[in-house]
Structures are given as structure tokens and as C-alpha cells.
Design a protein. Structure first.
Length: 440
């Protein structure tokens, strides 16, 4: 792992052609001199690039330390310390995820893949920004991911502990899987090298906002931030529409379920990530983790790993939301903790059916907005592993027929494994898919 490497645009331009060709063309036209350094940061899987608001890099001793640490070159510190958070950076390899922490629960914000640019809002908002602060964290690779099969077998976990020197106890919930994955992926015995790579722009790139030759560069960043913030900018409209729907339909739902309904609407609009089965190694060293759980742990089910993913009707992938892996930014407490998950699912389905019906019946004045397109083009399916005595929630059976990505294994194995149909992830699960596409 190289840590932090200073480069010039001429060094990185060929790589930018692959990661973000539109931006490359604009910067090539500017042809910035050596007075505009950049830095490539490399990180192992699970490293906290931004740790509760503190920006970190790898030093020459292969340690993850704050940028302000004495082991970091003073020139790099000066060049990159300009946003009060992480500097503007473009993902060059694999992925990163921005998230909040609520206790032991990670709340995802955005999953960035190759070409994605982080900290745009910080630089565009300037001094008066909401982006700085200790609430933010960023992980190398996906932070919110989990494995479908239960991995609570003590004998299997003891084998992992011995080989990978694990200190954590057996994970009791889906939210605890990441910590185990991170520790395994960074052990010397792990089979798959993995890193994320980010290109950081120094402060000098943002000192020419009034120069004509830099206009295309700033407009590109502004347009990117504008497009990425569409759902968040219009959240007040979504909130108003929910209020109208409740009034029109006489709904007095559990606030916890209203928050959940808003969230799965946001997932459908692409404003928040849902989950999908990982089919490549971009989010994490998936193949190596699958191999570990088959060969070392002795898993007898397909080790499907769910990763964050931003839904789009132009793509064929289904995305999922699980009550067992809650990721809502707003989380009102449940009004009655004694109510079963199945009852919550029925009420949530009723809320969603009423809302979508109100939109499609043109009762909420959103016919010319993405909300109408969502109601018209996206299908929400509600699943549970148990049968519903009222036949409102579909019992999840034969998940391979619903989505064959649940049968895919990235590592080589001779084991004959079946999908994990009774995973806790499916004990209250909503699937989003495009009505017009054939989903595989």
C-alpha cells in the first residue's frame, strides 16, 4: 500500500480517461502546471478515510493516521487541508461509502464507484457548509453490507478466529458483519488483495472561480453536485406529498413506518442506496470473503453478500430494503414494540398502496414530476420468510426465481450450495424493480 503519493495532472490524465472522461477532457484543455498538485490516496478495505469528521491517510509506516499527524509531509498537509473535512476527491479504483453512525448502526448516505467525486458540496458551499462535522464518516469500500446466510455457528466461527486472529465475538446481527469482514480482509492469510484509490485535488484547484479558462471545470463540478442532489433538494416536496396523502386518505400511521415509507420512496428515486447481491468485487473483496466462508467457516449455503446500490429504472437490477438492516436517515421510535414484524409490513404496504394510488389518480398534483414516474414505473413487492395469514405479504420462496443474482458465487468452489432463502435479511423485506424491465 503506497499511502499518499503526490502527482501532477500529466501523470494521471490517462487514468482519468477511464474513470471520468468528461472531466479529463475539460482539465486537459486547462493543462494545469506543476503548481496544481494532486495526491493519490490508497486504502485497504474497511479503512475509515473520514472517521467522525477526521480525514485520514496512510503514512510511510502503513498506519492510518489523521492528515495532521506528524508523520505526514507538511506540504501535503497544507495542500489538502482546505474544507474542514475530506478534500475533493475522485474515486479511481473500486469504491467508497459515506455514512452516519447511530450507536452500532451505520446509516448510508452515498455509495461512490469509479469516477464519483466526494466533498463537492463542501467546496461549492464554502465556509457556510453543513458538510463539515463529526457526524460524517467515509469507508474504503462498502460499509453497509452483510451476508445472507446465518454465520453464528460457534465451531465455524472458531475456525475463522484461529486463522484470522479475530477478536470480535460471533456476530449476532446483520449490522455486525462488516467488522468481521474488515478484519478478515486485512489479515495476512486473506487470499484477495483489495484497495480503494482516490485522487485528491489540492486547494490550488479551487482558487480560480473568476477565471474564464477554469469556467468549464467549475461548471462541471457544479452540474455534478446539482444532479446528485436532486432528491435531497426536493425532500420538502416529498414530505408535503406524504402529508397530503395522509390527510386525503385519513391515515394516522405509526411515525416509524412513515419514515420507512419516505425512505423506500427515496431509494426508488435514487436518492438513497438500497441493497443488491454483490456480483463483482467493487464494493469489497467479495470473492475472497466468499471463499473464506466456504473453505474455512464451512458454510453450507451460497455466501451471498448484500452491498449498497443506487436504484435506477434504466438498469435491470432489483434493490432491496430490509427491516433487519434499517438504513433510514429519519428513525422515529416504533409506537408499539410489541407489534410483530408481519403487522408492520402489512401497515407499510397499506401506506405505500394508498400513496401510490393517490399519485396515479392525480390527487396530489405531481403529474409532471419524478414522483409520478416512480408511481407509474416502479414495482414495490413486500416479502417475509413466514406465511401471512391474511395473504397480504408474499412468503419468500425460491429466491433464485425472483433474482438469479442470489445464486452467483464469485470464487471457485466445488461445493454444492443452495441459496439462503431463510436469511434474517428477508424477515421483512421490500423489493424495488422497474415494471417495464425483465429483472434477472
Amino acid at each position: 500500500m503506497q499511502g499518499l503519493t503526490k502527482v501532477l495532472w500529466s501523470d494521471i490524465s490517462p487514468l482519468a480517461q477511464v474513470t471520468n472522461p468528461a472531466l479529463k477532457e475539460i482539465i486537459d484543455e486547462i493543462s494545469p502546471s506543476s503548481n496544481y498538485p494532486l495526491y493519490i490516496g490508497e486504502y485497504p478495505y474497511g479503512a475509515l478515510i473520514l472517521d467522525n469528521g477526521v480525514f485520514k491517510v496512510i503514512n510511510d509506516n502503513n498506519e492510518l493516521v489523521p492528515l495532521t499527524h506528524k508523520s505526514i509531509n507538511s506540504n501535503a498537509q497544507y495542500d489538502l487541508d482546505y474544507t474542514n473535512t475530506i478534500p475533493v476527491g475522485m474515486v479511481l479504483e473500486n469504491s467508497i461509502e459515506t455514512f452516519f453512525i447511530d450507536g452500532n448502526q451505520a446509516i448510508p448516505s452515498t455509495f461512490y464507484k469509479k469516477g464519483g467525486i466526494v466533498s463537492l458540496w463542501s467546496i461549492l458551499e464554502g465556509i457556510s457548509t453543513y458538510q463539515a462535522g463529526s457526524i460524517w464518516s467515509i469507508s474504503s469500500g462498502a460499509r453497509t453490507l452483510c451476508m445472507l446466510p446465518k454465520v453464528t455457528d460457534k465451531s465455524g466461527y472458531i475456525k475463522l478466529k484461529r486463522k484470522y486472529n479475530l477478536k470480535d465475538q460471533v456476530p449476532k446481527s446483520l449490522t455486525e458483519h462488516w467488522g468481521v469482514f474488515r478484519n478478515i480482509a486485512n489479515h495476512k492469510n486473506f487470499s484477495q488483495p483489495w484497495k480503494s484509490k482516490i485522487l485528491y485535488f489540492s486547494k490550488y484547484w479551487f482558487q480560480h472561480k473568476n477565471d474564464k479558462e477554469w469556467t468549464k471545470f467549475y461548471n462541471f463540478l457544479l452540474n455534478m453536485a446539482w444532479n446528485d442532489s436532486t432528491v435531497k433538494r426536493n425532500q420538502f416536496i416529498v414530505d408535503f406529498i406524504f402529508s397530503l396523502a395522509q390527510k386525503n386518505c385519513g391515515l394516522k400511521p405509526n411515525p416509524y413506518l412513515i419514515d420507512t415509507a419516505r425512505h423506500i420512496i427515496s431509494i426508488g428515486l435514487g436518492g438513497a442506496p438500497g441493497f443488491k447481491p454483490a456480483t463483482d468485487n467493487i464494493a469489497a473483496p467479495i470473492a475472497g470473503l466468499q471463499k473464506t466462508y466456504i473453505a474455512d467457516y464451512g458454510l453450507t449455503k451460497i455466501p451471498t453478500i448484500m452491498q449498497p446500490y443506487h436504484f435506477s429504472t434504466s438498469l435491470s437490477d432489483r434493490v432491496y430494503y430490509s427491516f433487519e438492516m434499517p438504513t433510514t436517515v429519519s428513525f422515529s421510535p416504533r409506537s408499539n414494540n410489541g407489534v410483530s414484524r408481519m403487522v408492520d409490513m402489512r401497515e407499510l404496504k397499506y401506506i405505500m398502496d394508498k400513496l401510490l394510488s393517490e399519485i396515479l389518480n392525480c390527487n396530489l398534483m405531481v403529474e409532471k414530476t419524478p414522483l409520478f414516474n416512480l408511481a407509474k414505473n416502479i414495482k414495490y413487492d413486500f416479502y417475509h420468510t413466514d406465511p401471512d395469514q391474511h395473504n397480504e405479504i408474499t412468503q419468500l420462496k425460491n429466491i433464485a426465481n425472483i433474482n438469479n443474482n442470489f445464486t452467483k458465487i464469485l470464487c471457485d468452489t466445488s461445493a454444492s450450495l443452495e441459496p439462503a432463502e431463510f436469511s434474517p435479511f428477508f424477515r421483512g423485506c421490500i423489493s424495488l424493480s422497474a415494471k417495464s424491465s425483465i429483472v434477472t
